[in-house]
Design a protein around this ligand. Structure first.
Ligand SMILES: Cc1cc2nc3c(=O)[nH]c(=O)nc-3n(C[C@H](O)[C@H](O)[C@H](O)COP(=O)(O)OP(=O)(O)OC[C@H]3O[C@@H](n4cnc5c(N)ncnc54)[C@H](O)[C@@H]3O)c2cc1C
Length: 432
């Protein structure tokens, strides 16, 4: 009998399995799919950035960045290893501010943590990025708005966090973590869908699979990504959670950068709240463009992630790629949508839940709200600490744990990720 079952072999479940198994808990990972990281992880833009609107958000992202930088070491591999590894590409991130943007939301926190950034005036930005049209188009609009193609009005300021970047292959990152867990002895069953959660003497005692197999374990972790709320309902823990999770469909589209675009030194990640998109300069000459939930864009809430169409739509393609084309006038716009769809697991404040639940032994690493891939290397440790403490009768609800981050020395208050927190006042978008 395993000491712990982790439901979900995405980047979170894999990281949790690695840390639990390393700490001595025999861990079994179950996934209903046919691959590791094949769920929402596979659709991730995998942006690594540090501008969050909460203290805990910045702490976790900055610590995790150091873990991505020393990825082989994080996985316990020596310098002679032959494993194909996911790679962190440092590009820097250019944040373009809409008019009246309260920049202190982000910059005060970057200052507090000594995270480098450089502020630029409109003139300096135009000089630095001649391929970009840095005019103001605010507010963001959909392409069918009669004002979508209006000329810009004034110019934008912005700031760059030079240490930001992206991971080139998020699914490979999940596999790296799962392989590391397996090297320590963790087990993985694919094609294993959890149908119900077993309860004995008022605590979890295991799970039952779709095929009727029962697997006993004293600890079960819900790391089911956008399917998390379905599992919480099955385990009957959702009703006592103040913060709940809901799946939301998203698309990310590809467009070719202009020939003269210099990807080596001149193509940072773009977070553009003026037009309402983010863009990741990936794979040499292609931008991947996602949305940042501007007010004009409909939010696509869904009931069941399995029923979501993964085909990109013309509407989203035009909204996201044409916005980028306003900023990058020579962008190569594909003749048909070249994109993917994925599903976020969203909380009302866009902050994740890493916590215990009202069912003893049942834990959750959920609500990752389109912004937690970057924190996966730390989330395994966060969950291990919570599980260890709670299984030793610590009351994490009344006395939230604090952990010391090994690379940065920062203290992370895990109460920030409680299922029963007061909602944070955040950006109300994927920026967190
Ligand atoms: C389009 C998109 C872009 C994103 N961009 C970024 C970004 O730029 N930066 C960033 O930091 N984050 C980003 N994210 C968020 C990040 O990718 C996710 O937070 C992260 O990948 C979630 O991982 P997970 O392991 O929790 O979920 P998943 O990868 O979805 O894994 C959950 C697994 O659980 C399994 N499962 C579900 N139910 C059951 C069941 N009943 N029984 C057995 N198995 C089950 C599923 O098959 C799945 O494999 C993005 C997400 C999306 C969708």
């Amino acid at each position: 009998m395993p000491d712990a079952i982790v439901i979900g072999a995405g980047v979170m479940g894999s990281s949790i399995a690695y840390e639990l198994q390393k700490s001595g808990m025999e861990t079994l990972v179950l996934d209903k799919g046919d691959s590791v990281g094949g769920g929402s992880t596979s659709a991730s833009s995998a942006v690594i950035r540090f501008n969050y609107s909460t203290h805990a958000g910045v702490t976790a992202a900055w610590e995790s960045r150091h873990r991505w930088l020393s990825w082989a070491e994080h996985l316990g591999l020596d310098e002679n290893h032959k494993e194909p590894l996911a790679k962190f590409h440092k590009t820097g991130m250019l944040f373009l501010e809409p008019p009246e943007f309260p920049r202190s939301i982000f910059l005060d926190l970057l200052d507090e943590f000594n995270i480098p950034y450089d502020s630029y005036s409109a003139e300096e930005l135009s000089e630095k990025f001649p391929s970009l049209n840095l005019g103001r188009f605010w507010p963001p609009k959909l392409p069918d708005d009669e004002n979508f193609f209006n000329d810009s009005n004034g110019n934008l300021n912005g700031w760059i966090t030079p240490d930001a970047g992206f991971i080139d292959d998020p699914q490979l990152a999940a596999n790296n973590l799962m392989d590391a867990a397996k090297r320590h002895g963790a087990l993985l069953n694919l094609h294993a869908q959890v149908k119900s959660v077993l309860i004995e003497n008022e605590r979890v005692s295991g799970v039952e699979l779709q095929n009727g197999t029962e697997i006993k374990a004293p600890v079960v972790v819900n790391a089911a990504g956008p399917w998390s709320s379905m599992l919480n309902r099955i385990a009957n823990v959702e009703s006592e959670m103040k913060i709940k999770t809901n799946p939301m469909r998203q698309e990310v589209h590809a467009a070719e950068a202009p020939n003269n675009f210099n990807f080596d030194s001149g193509a940072p990640l773009l977070t553009d709240l003026d037009l309402g998109y983010y863009a990741v300069p990936k794979m040499g000459e292609t931008f991947y463009v996602g949305g940042v939930e501007p007010d004009c864009d409909p939010l696509e809430w869904v009931e069941n992630p399995d029923e979501v169409s993964l085909n990109p739509t013309i509407q989203r393609f035009e909204a996201q790629v044409w916005r980028l084309a306003r900023r990058v006038p020579d962008l190569g716009i594909p003749t048909r949508p070249l994109g993917i769809a994925g599903v976020y697991d969203v909380t009302p404040d866009w902050v994740p839940i890493y916590d215990k639940t009202s069912l003893k032994g049942f834990y959750v690493a959920i609500g990752t709200s389109g912004n937690q891939f970057k924190n996966a290397p730390l989330v395994g440790e966060i969950m291990k600490e919570i599980i260890e403490a709670c299984e030793n009768n610590h009351d994490h609800d009344s006395e939230p744990l604090k952990i010391s981050c090994s690379h940065t020395g920062l203290t992370l208050d895990l109460g920030a990720f409680s299922r029963n927190r007061e909602e944070f006042s955040t950006t109300g978008s994927v920026l967190g």
